[in-house]
Design a protein around this ligand. Structure first.
Ligand SMILES: Cc1cc2nc3c(=O)[nH]c(=O)nc-3n(C[C@H](O)[C@H](O)[C@H](O)COP(=O)(O)OP(=O)(O)OC[C@H]3O[C@@H](n4cnc5c(N)ncnc54)[C@H](O)[C@@H]3O)c2cc1C
Ligand code: SF4
Length: 454
């Protein structure tokens, strides 16, 4: 096969109808009848393993029982008490490795209760009524700064506001939501759900968002520690890992996360430039999402290349299968060696096959192959941008393995500063874990602020 000298990158590769279908809600939504049938499948287990498997410890059997008795508002409140972003998590949680994986009905002869769909059924109905079910406790007179308006920051802010503290969220972007707004695949969160959820969450009151205000650029930790009684840092991971290849800056070699952010904000999907042949490098959520979304934008040929095997990919088996069903080819055990460009644009990428040596280390085999491409997406992980918390500022937070070091209560090395979400090492970089981190930190901050009162 030969490759033309100029890259084939074009907009509007599909019809408006195809774009609408491809970016419609990917998961079926339950109506009342289906929700009643599904809820009746739950055994309402004592010591339910599904609760244990949920990072936010939602009382799953209890909320499902409420759905089964048509108490949808009660069910939603049960969920949201534990996880204020229960609506988003119902859409994006990899339930196949969390609650549904541990469901006692998850056997070879049966299938797990569809917990995610039931959670969505309850939370969507409550939000559609415009109801915010929580009220603030007596005002404490204390002020807390939250840096970053992603899931971790929003969760911390809401819990702190509920506990009676006044919160200011400092967010670098012009919108709150973090990766819910700029990262999650478009077909998982349709109809501007991320912003509708933020608006609904802010109804608690007592939270002042300050957008387009970045720590390290417009404010410093020192300032926040001086002006507020406590600080929560939920910066996420806004840096992107490089491939480390020569010529990485040529046209057509793109950061997957940046492209997804543009895609999420695009009013018309037809306006996005899409390559005909695309190579994605990586093995996680981001790699799967950019590969599938490229396909759904009309790319003809999308190949995802990962340096290890399917079991080592951080994307779940469900996501890997989803990519394949969407026409993405996945090649394992190969690492990129060389980008081949023509007139400043990438045209081909050479890979070397990999394997494990006797000591379990990944090594190249010496055998190579090449893929023609119009676009290469880098999706090999995000990293913490250290400067705002550990750079030029006088005050620095301790870091380990590129993340902020915290205690079990999410307290950092600096007094009155807590942190959570992807910027700390909680084990899994998921929306639901970030919500939990924010909640745990808020409860610890509340304890600290009350201690200070006495
Ligand atoms: C492409 C992609 C797809 C994903 N898909 C899923 C999925 O399907 N399911 C799932 O569970 N998880 C998914 N994840 C992971 C999930 O999105 C994250 O775990 C989660 O968003 C982390 O929340 P956070 O609040 O810690 O960080 P973020 O969501 O990154 O939010 C951090 C916020 O801080 C702001 N910020 C950064 N620096 C500064 C600064 N200096 N000053 C002020 N504000 C700042 C950012 O603008 C952002 O709003 C995905 C991640 C990516 C990248
Ligand atoms: S493990 Fe399954 S059956 Fe048991 S309570 Fe949880 S959802 Fe219901």
């Amino acid at each position: 096969m030969t490759q033309s000298a100029t890259p084939d990158i074009a907009t509007a590769r599909l019809s408006q109808k195809q774009f609408a279908e491809n970016f419609d809600d990917v998961k079926p939504v339950l109506d009342r009848k289906k929700a009643l049938v599904e809820s009746s499948r739950c055994y309402f287990c004592f010591d339910a393993p599904c609760i244990e498997a949920c990072p936010t410890s939602i009382d799953i059997p209890n909320f499902i029982r409420m759905i089964s008795t048509d108490n949808v508002r009660g069910a939603a409140e049960k969920i949201l008490q534990q996880n204020i972003l229960g609506g988003m998590c119902a859409r994006v949680c990899p339930t196949e490795i969390l609650c549904e994986d541990s469901c006692v009905r998850n056997t070879s002869e049966d299938k797990p209760v569809n917990i995610g769909a039931l959670q969505r059924y309850a939370t969507d109905r409550l939000m559609a009524q415009g109801v915010h079910p929580f009220q603030r406790q007596a005002l404490s007179g204390k002020k807390v700064a939250v840096v970053g308006g992603g899931p971790a920051g929003l969760s911390a802010a809401h819990r702190l506001a509920m506990l009676g503290h006044d919160v200011t969220i400092f967010e670098a972007h012009d919108k709150l939501g973090g990766l819910n707004e700029y990262g999650i695949a478009a077909y998982k969160t349709v109809n501007d759900f991320a912003q509708r959820e933020v608006d609904w969450l802010l109804k608690i009151g007592g939270i002042t968002p300050k957008t387009e205000t970045a720590l390290g650029r417009d404010i410093t930790l020192e300032q926040l520690r001086r002006d507020f009684d406590a600080v929560f840092v939920g910066l996420g991971l806004s840096g992107v890992n490089a491939l480390g290849l020569d010529g990485e800056n040529v046209t057509g070699v793109l950061d997957a996360v940046d492209y997804i952010a543009t895609l999420r904000q695009a009013k018309e999907k037809s306006s996005l430039p899409v390559g005909r042949k695309i190579v994605v490098i990586g093995g996680g959520n981001t790699a799967i999402d950019i590969a599938v979304q490229s396909k759904r934008l009309g790319a003809e040929d999308v190949t995802l290349v990962y340096r290890r095997g399917p079991d080592q990919m951080s994307a779940t088996w469900h996501e890997q299968e989803f990519a394949q069903v969407n026409g993405v080819k996945i090649k394992h055990w190969a690492k990129p060696l060389r980008l081949i460009s023509h007139q400043g644009a990438v045209r081909e990428i050479e890979f070397e096959y990999t394997q494990l040596d006797g000591q379990g280390r990944l090594i190249g085999t010496g055998e190579t192959f090449s893929l023609f491409c119009d676009v290469v997406f880098k999706a090999i992980g995000q990293k913490l941008v250290k400067d705002p918390v550990n750079g030029k500022a006088h005050e620095s937070l301790d870091l380990a393995n590129g993340k902020i070091v915290v205690t079990d209560d999410m307290e950092t090395s600096l007094p009155n500063v807590w942190a959570g979400g992807d910027c700390v090492d909680s084990g899994i970089d998921l929306t639901v874990q970030s919500v939990e981190d924010g909640k745990v930190a808020a409860i610890a901050i509340d304890r600290y602020l009350h201690g200070k009162n006495r």
